[in-house]
Every structure is written in C-alpha cells, then in structure tokens.
Design a binder for this molecule. Structure first.
Ligand SMILES: Cc1cc2nc3c(=O)[nH]c(=O)nc-3n(C[C@H](O)[C@H](O)[C@H](O)COP(=O)(O)O)c2cc1C
Length: 418
C-alpha cells in the first residue's frame, strides 16, 4: 500500500469486496465517512471498545448500562461495544458480571434499541474467564483452564487451583459461545466480539505460558488455536449472515514465556483464514500484566478503596505495589506491533490503545487500519467523535490516570475528571 499526503489507498476489505480503491481525500474525511464492516454499515470508523461498565447488579443489565451506551452513541461513535458478557455462569470472573441468558434478552433489546435510535451500531463482547476467576459460585470451587494452574486471582476467594479442561468441558464451552451469540442476535446486537485476548480462557489456550496440553488442543500454534477457531465456527453458524463477528486478540501477552508478536501474526492469519470479519488488536494478560493493557498510572490507592473483600484489600496493600506494574503511556501504544499484523493480513483491522486525538485517528487511517477503537478517551469524553467531527475538539481530556479502572467497581465506570 502506498500513502501520499492526499492520495492514498484505503482497503475496503471490511466490505468484503475484492478490490482496493484509491481515495483522493484526507484521512480525517475517511475517519468520519461511513464504512462497511461485513454486512454492517457504520456511520464512521470509530468504535467504542469494551470497557467493563460495572453496571450489571446481580449480573443483569441495568438502566445505567443503557444510559451509558446511549450517551456514547449520541456522542457520535460508529459502533459501541457492551463489555465483557460471560457465555455461561462459570465464565464469570466474579459473580456480579453479566452472563448471557434468556432472562436478560428483553433488557438488552432495550439497550440495542436505544443505541440504534442514536444512529450507532452495537456489539457485545462475549468471553469466558477460564482459570482467572474468583467466582465463589463455581461448582467445586475449582476454575477451569487449558492446563492445571495456580489461580492467584482466586486464592483469597477459596479457588486456589484450576483444573485442566476435559474434552466434554471444551465441547460445553463451544456450545456456550454459540448459544450466547445466538441470544445476542435475538437481543438486537449488530456484532459480537469474541474475547481472545487479555488472558481470558481463549487467550489462555493461545498462550504458550498457560496452555501446556499435549493433546490436540495444545502444543503447536495450530493446536492452541483449535478452540478459538472452533468457537468462531460455531458462533458463525449460530448468528446468521447479518451479524458481524470480531475477535479481540493479543499482540503480546506482556510477560516472558507468553505470546509474542510472531505468533500473534499467526493468530491473525488463522482467524482471517477462518473468516473473521475484523480483528481488534490489543495486548496484556489481566492476571499477570493488567496495566500492559492500558499503560499509564496504576491507581493502587483507589483499587484498594473499592475492593470489597478484606483479604484482597490486605493483599493489595501488602503486595500490590510489587504485583501491579505500571507501564509508561504513549499515544497509539500498540501501533508498532500492530503494523506487523497489518502487513501480514488483508482482513479488516481495528487499531486500539491510546487513541486520544484527531491525530491518532488520522494516523490509524494513514497506516492502513480500517477502524480505530477508543476506550478511556470516550469514558472521559463520550461526545468526542461529534466534537472532533465539528472541529470543536482535537483531543480527549484523558490523562491516563486510570482511575476509571477503579471506578468501575465503585458505582460504575466513569472519568474522575468530572
Ligand atoms: C475501565 C476499563 C475497563 C476495561 N474493561 C475491558 C473489558 O471488559 N474487556 C476488554 O476487552 N477490555 C477492557 N478494557 C481494556 C480496553 O478495552 C482497552 O483495550 C484499553 O483501555 C486500551 O484502550 P484505550 O487506550 O483506548 O483506553 C478496559 C479498560 C478500562 C480502562
């Protein structure tokens, strides 16, 4: 692909069309122009990425969750993403997390209708936590993962160990992803995002650090990708032709022995081969390198404040400063590794990580990405896209203090800048 100042190529693979068109226009125009994502027409190329809302008391979507996504939609994004929804009760990291079931479909229908009324599309992130769980409702108080593991996160909740999944466990997870995706379509979602990153179950299967299986589900990258691809295939069968299927993947796990970029490229190639509609490029492993995902400050004081369990509070006080490493923030912090994926696949890619400004959006377009996802910038300024488009703003107020990460466990995610 060649890029000039005002004449450059934009791939329209997102439209699943067999051609590349040359647009004699500037990247800013492209960001704010309608774009296709599989069968969907988005009004622009900005996606609100999944940021756990903390607005599902009892695991059920609330009016606050609807208001949150309506506000984001009214603020101009092309598509908003409802964050982590477990595909089954056992796929919850903790009990207050939403999990997909018939009873919540009517409330989710309200949510999707509210977003659509504001002119945006809406996706839902579907995931399973695997071994990374402190959900005391787990049968036998034992979480499941690709291999036996010590579950540091659940230690204080009486879930110290994870069991290696059996063939039956794996078959159940595939069924659960399919059923959850079918319900998402019933609830009016335009897209589902499969969580293959951040150290959740499918990421645990992909990562060489957590998947030490010697059967067909472990070992080579082909084997480690077998479950994510089986999930993708089942989801595709269950959602029908009108729902876009995205995957959020890791560029790097962020620790020694974890997934590295060369294999991350292989992950993207395999997803492309299996017909994914778009890949959201992220990184980090929540149980080991949580702030690799975000970059910026680690708000330990606020995390201790909002922690409900006394034991967890104590552990955070004693060891938090050693266990939770902060990483310096820089705008578009995943751009460099994401370029390697861009060069290797033709499938639509969503650039994520530290997109704060109109410059970030333009750079993403210039670098050949099809969409840009924003998290914290839109928590701080839900109407940023509209204001940028009208020329009233050039960047978000977000200063990566990351207090929103603690706030989601207080009264729901919000920006402390007010
Ligand atoms: C408060 C908060 C909650 C998050 N929850 C999720 C989540 O549920 N699922 C997920 O994939 N990523 C989650 N993330 C990570 C974001 O999706 C994104 O990868 C990260 O914030 C980097 O993007 P940004 O720099 O635009 O914020 C969360 C981030 C924040 C700040």
């Amino acid at each position: 692909m060649a890029f000039g100042a005002d004449s450059w190529h934009v791939s329209l693979r997102g439209m699943q069309e067999e051609y590349v068109t040359t647009m004699h226009t500037d990247p800013r125009t492209v960001v704010f122009s309608p774009a296709r994502l599989a069968g969907l027409q988005l009004r622009n190329r900005v996606i609100k990425t999944a940021t756990y809302e903390g607005m599902c008391p009892g695991g059920s979507p609330s009016d606050a969750l609807i208001r949150h996504h309506r506000e984001l939609a009214a603020g101009g994004v092309g598509m908003t993403t409802v964050a982590y929804c477990a595909v089954s009760p056992n796929g919850r990291t903790f009990e207050a997390q939403m999990y997909m079931r018939a009873a919540i479909v009517p409330k989710l229908q309200e949510l999707t209708a509210a977003v659509h009324a504001e002119g945006a599309a809406v996706s839902i992130q579907l995931g399973h936590c695997g071994y990374f769980s402190r959900n005391t409702a787990l049968p036998g108080r034992r979480s499941l993962g690709p291999s036996f593991a010590i579950n540091e996160y659940g230690l204080m909740s009486g879930i110290p160990f994870a069991k290696a999944m059996t063939e039956d466990d794996i078959a159940t997870v595939i069924d659960d992803f399919g059923a959850a995706a079918a319900r998402a379509v019933e609830a009016g979602f335009d897209a589902v995002e499969l969580h293959l990153g951040h150290g959740y179950l499918l990421s645990q299967f992909i990562s060489p650090a957590t998947n030490r299986r010697r059967d067909r589900w472990g070992g080579s990258l082909d084997n480690r990708m077998r479950l994510p691809l089986a999930v993708l295939q089942r989801v595709r069968e269950r959602v029908g032709p009108h729902c876009a299927v995205l995957a959020k993947t890791n560029l790097r796990d962020g620790f020694k022995g974890g997934l590295e970029l060369d294999e991350a490229v292989g992950v993207a190639q395999r997803l492309e081969g299996a017909g994914i509609d778009a890949i959201v490029l992220s990184g980090g492993f929540t149980s080991k390198t949580p702030f690799y995902l975000f970059r910026g400050a680690a708000p330990l004081k606020q995390m201790i404040e909002v922690e409900h369990s006394r034991l967890h509070k104590l552990m955070l006080r004693l060891f938090g400063r050693y266990a939770i490493k902060a990483y310096p923030f820089k705008e578009l912090f995943f751009l460099e590794p994401a370029r390697a994926v861009r060069q290797a696949v033709r499938v639509p890619l969503v650039l994520l990580g530290g997109a704060l400004s109109i410059d970030s959006l333009e750079t993403a377009m210039r670098e050949g990405f099809d969409f840009v996802a924003m998290g914290r910038a839109l928590i701080a300024d839900p109407d940023l896209v509209n204001r940028m488009q009208r020329g009233e703003a050039t960047r978000s107020r977000c200063n990566s203090c990351n207090q929103c990460v603690a706030e989601m466990d207080r009264h729901g995610v919000r920006c402390v800048l007010g």
